[in-house]
Write a protein that binds this ligand. Sequence first.
Ligand SMILES: Nc1ncnc2c1ncn2[C@@H]1O[C@H](COP(=O)(O)OP(=O)(O)OP(=O)(O)O)[C@@H](O)[C@H]1O
Ligand SMILES: [Mg+2]
Length: 261
Amino acid sequence: MIAVNHISFDYISEQGSFRRVLADVSFEIADGDFIAIMGANGSGKSTLARCLNGLLLPSTGEVLVDGLNTRDAEQLRRIRRRVAMLFQNPDNQIVSATVEREIAFGLENLGVEYEEMHRRVEQMLRRFSLLPFRQKSPHYLSGGEKQRLALASVLAMEPDYLILDEPTSLLDPAGRREMVRLFREWHDQPATPRRTTVLITQFPEEALLADRLLILQRGRTVMDGPPETLLRRTEELAGLGLDSPVRFKLQQLLGPLNPAS
Ligand SMILES: Nc1ncnc2c1ncn2[C@@H]1O[C@H](COP(=O)(O)OP(=O)(O)OP(=O)(O)O)[C@@H](O)[C@H]1O
Ligand SMILES: [Mg+2]
């Protein structure tokens, strides 16, 4: 479980002035949860994501990952091992000269033994349809292939939690569908502890995949509930700068014309 307890986050400028971008955010992520987070640009989503694995430390409050406090420097390695992050732009994440080296990179850092590393690299190349590119430089891959590689590389490390920060926003519709299929498949595979996903997204259709949706506005959680319910509140969402699923908008438009309703 990840417990986010009353966290706030301030960015401090060089002049010493500070800007609060998260304010008193609290929620719990239970093992096995699939949570979506939406919010307008600048509402604090990425800052919150970075607090979940200790890449950023909250200014006040705390984040506990399976009881381990992200403020505890000695626990950070264990925390990062459990909580994987995937960002919007794979170019900021990929570091190796070939596709297979990239998947092996994180495993080497974890000290995974050669045989096991080899097994996991092969498995990931296959599962993520990257076999034809194994010896190629990631540089030559398409955007969708690169993001697949970035996901394969973090999942090879067998995390318990996967934090996805707008992982599909630079992809075309086919690339987006493939990405969603891959992280959904990871989430649904039986494991102990159960796999847990936090998906930050601007696409309401993706948020519908989640069991629970949190909506941020200027650093605060303003809605928290089932996506099916929240995403029907199309006007309220528009007021927050958010889109709703096309079918809900259509239903609302067509509703009064439908004699059955
Ligand atoms: N390193 C930084 N220094 C100062 N301010 C920052 C820094 N990073 C982000 N901010 C500011 O903090 C606020 C929240 O940023 P954050 O990236 O968390 O929002 P977001 O919801 O992820 O936005 P987006 O939808 O654009 O990705 C923004 O106003 C942003 O300008
Ligand atoms: Mg962001």
